[in-house]
Design a protein around this ligand. Structure first.
Ligand code: FAD
Length: 221
């Protein structure tokens, strides 16, 4: 068993180019290409978002790779509009095999602040793995083995969404009401988007009290 940290990898993008391409698409509405200047995209995009003219921001998409817990992708895959998902399959990945070093990886539940409960959770992971391996050694297939995998099992998944849907997901999924393991992943992502594309993401609120030391690392793509 390995206790691992969540991470994010963002497919490289150029925030200014994304905003400029959105401007170009948007100006079709007004035949106003002649208004394009070095930074005319800034005001145009700000106006579109303020007025709810948001279909224009659907023209651009970004892919993000997550290494998180099964519970987080279970929640995020509920977003069905303007999204595409690919998720590590617990039906095909056999964690008892050499390919996975005969180990199940579980996400570190850092947000369980009561030490005793944290230890109970790690103990639960150990039991799950012990019986997973017992069943595997007894000939069980991944389809059968996955019945033992808890929400905390680590898995990689990739989400591609257009900018309108990213705004929607990040607005919904970075608030205090959302499971901490999702906030761990999405708050640092939102902060990156805010920095790179302020006109598109600057207005989105998030849980500013969430401990920064819990943020998932944004790794090199
Ligand atoms: C704090 C929180 C708690 C939640 N708790 C639960 C829970 O207990 N149980 C549960 O089942 N789910 C729960 N959810 C999931 C939630 O109900 C949504 O299914 C999920 O957030 C996907 O969002 P969305 O519906 O906006 O879909 P998206 O696919 O992100 O859709 C984007 C937008 O498109 C429009 N749209 C999409 N589909 C339709 C449609 N069929 N008809 C009309 N308009 C549509 C809506 O305007 C929607 O907001 C929870 C979500 C949050 C954030």
């Amino acid at each position: 068993m390995k206790i691992v940290k969540q991470w994010i990898k963002v497919e490289p993008y150029d925030g200014i180019e994304i905003e400029k391409r959105i401007e170009r698409a948007c100006r079709v509405c007004y035949r106003s290409n002649d208004y394009i200047s070095q930074d005319s995209y800034k005001q145009l995009i700000t106006n579109c978002i303020k007025s709810g003219h948001e279909s224009v921001i659907e023209h651009e998409k970004i892919s993000v790779y997550f290494y998180g817990d099964v519970g987080s992708y279970k929640d995020l895959t509920r977003h069905r509009t303007g999204t595409s998902f690919s998720v590590e399959s617990t039906r095909y990945c056999n964690y008892s095999s050499d390919k996975f070093e005969n180990d199940i990886h579980f996400i570190d539940p850092v947000f369980i602040e009561n030490k005793e409960n944290y230890d109970f959770c790690i103990e639960g992971y150990k039991f799950a793995e012990e019986f997973y391996m017992k069943m595997a050694n007894n000939g069980a297939k991944p389809d059968e083995l996955r019945m033992l995998l808890p929400h905390g099992t680590a898995a990689e998944y990739v989400l591609t969404a257009n900018i309108r849907e990213w705004r929607h997901i990040l607005r919904l999924r970075t608030s205090k009401k959302v499971h901490p393991s999702i906030r761990q992943l999405l708050i640092p992502l939102l902060l990156k988007f805010k920095q790179d594309m302020p006109e598109l993401f600057g207005d989105i609120p998030y849980d500013e009290d969430f401990p920064t030391e819990w943020y998932a690392e944004i790794k090199e793509y």
